[in-house]
Design a protein around this ligand. Structure first.
Ligand code: DHB
Ligand code: FE
Length: 295
């Protein structure tokens, strides 16, 4: 049976890709930010997940304003990256996991989430940067992925409540999956940021800390704000918190916090990384020899 091992929540600012491409991780601007991923690397080396289910928003690479699904699940054998306009060298193509994708899709549609299904799909910086941060070195991340895109770009956006519910049904699909996988869930984007308009550069540490405090133990608290309230609190692009909320939903009730860092700013964004692990992963780590070996 499959096992959900934990959740990794991280910003996906494209400038991070530029820093990686230039090898600038130890520059004074970048070092405190990249250092936040040390505990993530250590945890991943111990837990060795075999699949990542990635909740993210596409920024115009795969979907554009004329063709914008509210929720879209990747069901492709592989996912290529391309430059959607930031000038970054393309990241490696990632292997998909169509069997798990279809198990998730079946479960979602059965339970009232009529998602778009994408048997061919490109992944943008919102998937590639988190993978490059988590598995550094320039090679493709050593696991399969299932990308789940949430529209945080073109209004009307799905409510926070709906995104949490989506994540909970994904979690139910993962728990029922018979494939022998260790699954890590990713939520990417945020925290507060606004890239354009009168409030360009807006950051709100108070709301960010509310999210970081509530997400582990009381994610429903984040669903009390309407989309318009979240835009006001977090900025127009800060609504990417919807991806974190959905990812948290997939982890089940009880999680343990492994690490958390918050760093202002990276580019225009309040950058954060938080790692949560499930009860099962915590127990397995306590007796490391019980983890089965995966190739
Ligand atoms: C920035 C942040 C984002 O989430 C994004 O998708 C693009 C740019 C930024 O802060 O520069
Ligand atoms: Fe973004």
């Amino acid at each position: 049976m499959a096992e959900v091992v934990g959740g990794l929540f991280t910003s996906h600012v494209p400038a991070i890709g530029g820093a990686i491409a230039r090898g600038a991780q130890n520059d004074s601007y970048w070092k405190p930010f990249f250092d936040g991923y040390g505990p993530v690397h250590q945890w991943l080396a111990e837990v060795r997940p075999t699949v990542a289910v990635v909740f993210y928003n596409d920024h115009g690479l795969n979907f554009f304003l004329d063709n914008m699904p509210t929720f879209a699940v990747g069901a492709a054998p592989s996912y290529a990256n391309a430059d959607e306009g930031w000038g970054l060298p393309p990241f490696p193509t990632q292997q998909g996991c169509p069997e798990l994708s279809w198990a998730i899709i079946e479960h979602l549609v059965e339970n009232g989430f009529d998602v778009s299904t994408c048997q061919s799909m490109k992944i943008d910086h919102a998937v590639t940067i988190p993978l490059a941060l988590s598995w550094p070195g320039g090679e493709r991340a050593p696991l399969k992925i299932v990308p789940i895109a949430i529209n945080t770009v073109q209004h009307p956006l799905p409510s926070a409540k709906r995104c949490l519910q989506l994540g909970r049904w994904v979690g139910a699909a993962l728990a029922a999956y018979e494939g022998d996988e260790r699954i890590v869930v990713l939520g990417t984007g945020g925290l507060s940021h606004q890239l354009d308009g009168e409030r360009a550069g807006f950051i709100n540490p108070e709301y960010d800390h509310f999210c970081l405090d509530k997400l582990p133990k009381d994610p429903d608290a984040l669903t009390r704000h309407s989309i318009h309230e979240i835009v006001e609190l977090a900025g127009t692009q800060g609504v990417e918190i919807l991806n974190w909320i959905a990812a948290r939903g997939a982890l089940g009730q009880k999680v343990h916090e492994v690490s958390q860092t918050y760093h202002i700013p990276i580019s225009n964004t309040a950058a954060a990384v938080m790692l949560l692990e499930t009860e099962a992963a915590r127990a397995a780590r306590a007796t490391a020899s019980t983890l089965p070996a995966y190739a």
